[in-house]
Design a protein around this ligand. Sequence first.
Ligand SMILES: [Zn+2]
Length: 496
Amino acid sequence: MNYFHFGLKLMILDTLKKYRQTEIEALNSKLILSLNIDGLPLFKSSKTSAWPVLGLICNLKPPKPFPITLTVGTSKPSNLEFLNETIADINSLITNGIDFNEEHFEIKLLCIICDAPAKAFVKCVKQYSGYYGCDKCEQRGQYLGRMTYPLTENLVYRTNESFRNQTQEEHHKDACCPFLDLPMDMIKDFPVDYMHQVCLGVMKKLLITWMRGPRANNRLSSNQVAQISAKLISFVQYIPQEFARKPRGLEEVDRWKATEFRQFLLYTGQFALRGVLSNNLYKHFMCLCVAITILVNEDLVLHYATYAHRLLCYFVRNCRRLYGEEFCVYNVHALLHLKSEADTFGSLEKCAAWPFENYMQQLKRKVRGGNNPAAQLVKRIFESMETDVVPAQIKVKKIMVKIPNNVYRTDRKRFCEVIRPVNREKQAFLCREYYSPECSFTYPCESYIIGHAEFLNQNYTIKTIDAENLTTRCLKVPSHHDNRYVFIPLQHNFQV
Ligand SMILES: [Zn+2]
């Protein structure tokens, strides 16, 4: 394989010099680092893939991932030697810190974000398809044509000590994990990534099951699938600019990106499925929707993480009943481990692969033609080190006046649409503020818990509202009741 090590110190210094002094000062002399390791197929026509090790300074805004090491070959690396220099770099920087512009920075490793196969590979443990493949708990899987994890209660959690002592031998492979050399928690510092496990995992699995699943009673007719698609497409006009993609129909579900599954799970799915999916499957889906909405939002995590966990336990238990035992694969089981990730990191967004995934796609686009892709990538990365400038974060909040970007929440149950600025300085805006909020759903809880509210179209007053009160951007979509709209605050982190 071709291997190139850029070096962690060089890449951190290169990253820091692209930010303004105000952003550097906000770091308080501390750099919080996360890492990502994953395979990236470079071409459709061959097995050539890159295995970059990426880094990110999490407390630097906006986030900008950088490569530390690049490995390219015609297969997955056969061993973990490609991590050695990175791990030595981390060890040295944790011990010595780093100096930049005459300031000394302490370095802390926050976490290592990988999808499940890559995580098992770099931790030298059994894959999730093996009997002892859960990296968070010790339960033995049950093989039903695929590995399933039936337990939802009395889980025995893995700990840093139990991992390092290999107390459950069956979980470990013979090879010795290079990360053991680092002063890190071998369980907590490898979080479950909800982008892979929930968005591309459970949400995709549910959609595919509804469309093509083995159980006829859970399957939607082609007419019902078309109804859901039509509903999703009708939402295109309501999706604000923060979303990277507009909704697409289910006929394209095999090409949906992770962000599209997130959009469905957190925002559009509850409307598109209502009245089409059977009532019991819909209610079951709503438990997942509410639980994940809570766990991706820092404020909601503080108040409702335990409730979200109870919903997820209920969801996983009922997957068995509704979809069969063989549905409870690792991704479904991993839902039981999400609350502790949200507690540890603040929210699921804080330990998800989104920024790395974006960067990987950029890397892929840097390869032009099949001739020596490793050399091409290294050259392009050095070129971009010269030219890339991180856009300064917009400190002055811009209030939008055009549909669908003009919808805001001003308080817990207060929502408005901005009509126009009332003065030239644009510090105050003429708005339609809606009154008499109602729940947009009542199962599994009142919709207010996650900030959703429904209003009659005509229930508004015209009011002047100061820009500083136009805080949270929202989505406004038609309710299934005539003449009503539902307001949904944007929950997840749109910086990535
Ligand atoms: Zn587990």
